[in-house]
Design a protein around this ligand. Sequence first.
Ligand SMILES: *Cc1c(COP(=O)(O)O)cnc(C)c1O
Length: 456
Amino acid sequence: MNIQESTTELQHLDGQHHVHPFTDPKAIQKDGSRVITRAEGIYLWDSNGEKILDGMAGLWCVNVGYGRENLAKAAYEQLQVLPYYNTFFKTTTPPAISLAKKLAEITPEGFNHVFFTNSGSEANDTVIRTVRRYWRVLAKPEKRYIISRKEAYHGSTVAAASLGGQSYAHEMDGLPIPEIVHIDHPYWYGKGGKLSPDDFGLKTAQCLETKIKEIGSEKVAAFIGEPIQGAGGLVVPPDTYWPEIQRICKKYGILLIADEVICGFGRTGNWFGSETFDIKADLMPIAKGLSSGYLPIGGVMMHDRVMDVLIEKGGDFDHGFTYSGHPVACAVALENIKILEEEKLVEKVANETGPYLKKCWKEFESHPIVGEVRNVGLLGAIELVKNKDKRQFFPSDKKVGDACRNFCFENNLVMRALRDTMIVSPPLTMTVEQIDEMADLVKHCLDLTADRFGIK
Ligand SMILES: *Cc1c(COP(=O)(O)O)cnc(C)c1O
């Protein structure tokens, strides 16, 4: 079989037997998937031998880049010593202990405990159970409502998708579940109108206060938000937003949850997005960059404020996953954090590559199809618009973002489209030369998209 035939065969089998996340199964059968076969550094290779620049670090997660032998070794060694044991019923394993201790060291002050999960979705399910448990232990069982935001992404289990604010996900099967509600998100470019970013930030944050009053603060358990909304379109909040949210949470005595699944582990140029925005959260779900995606692992960081209550009078915490604190995943996560530290990747994003990416993206702002760019750390967004002077978007049925993504695909660049916002979130190992290489490809694909839609 030649390389093309073997790809066709793989695609055929994939269409016959494999149900893909967030994908139309009919399209998979008709068009076939791209088959990724190996990876090294910031590059992927597909089954046709094409080399692809991965501007998304997988799904925002491969922070240390691909092909790390130390991570493979850590997994192999742990698999030989103890491939599995659980952490239920007063048992534990050395890798789970070491990782918990390490996380207590690198997370913001007051976070000294972690509950392990296998994913960000499970972390957010755990969050819901924890905040309701917390209020119950404090003899306020009626505090159950959790306030989230439009376009939030918190995962795909029933509870996590309910926390999410994406209407298409809710429409799939009739979510959200009761007692989860959503307020406006701080998407200034799309929703700010004539307001300054700061005024708009304040106004959207105050939606929280309005919602709390509407429900009754005695029924509200918590507010959840990503420091920067990721899958919702890389929404970077105005400076006024997080201080006002925190003022309101304090005033009404509700817990604050910072979903660090994307922002954590160096993505924003600090270890956690909470540091970048000075957020003092009570709970922090983590996943993705925790293991750079090499093995599935997530968790919930629990602040002393919450943990003291659960320890003091909570009793049994009746929640857990067979693989909570899986020793092999913990060993790999620990080694991953060691790489982030030894190679000073967080500092590199803060001082070198983050500012450089920002400079490159700033140059795109003069492109005729680009309305706004947004950057924090190694995150970059480009808004594709019909008329940049009037801040006029394309009609959604034109699917301009999808078209741009397809041009990227054909040009061996992974850049994601969220509506008409083009996103990059590359490995934190990316060098300035590689940023140039990525920016050249992006420029080419923006030109092709502008041509296709007649934007000059
Ligand atoms: C990806 C993501 C999740 C869900 O994580 P999974 O590991 O896919 O379950 C939760 N929150 C945020 C902010 C995410 O980006």
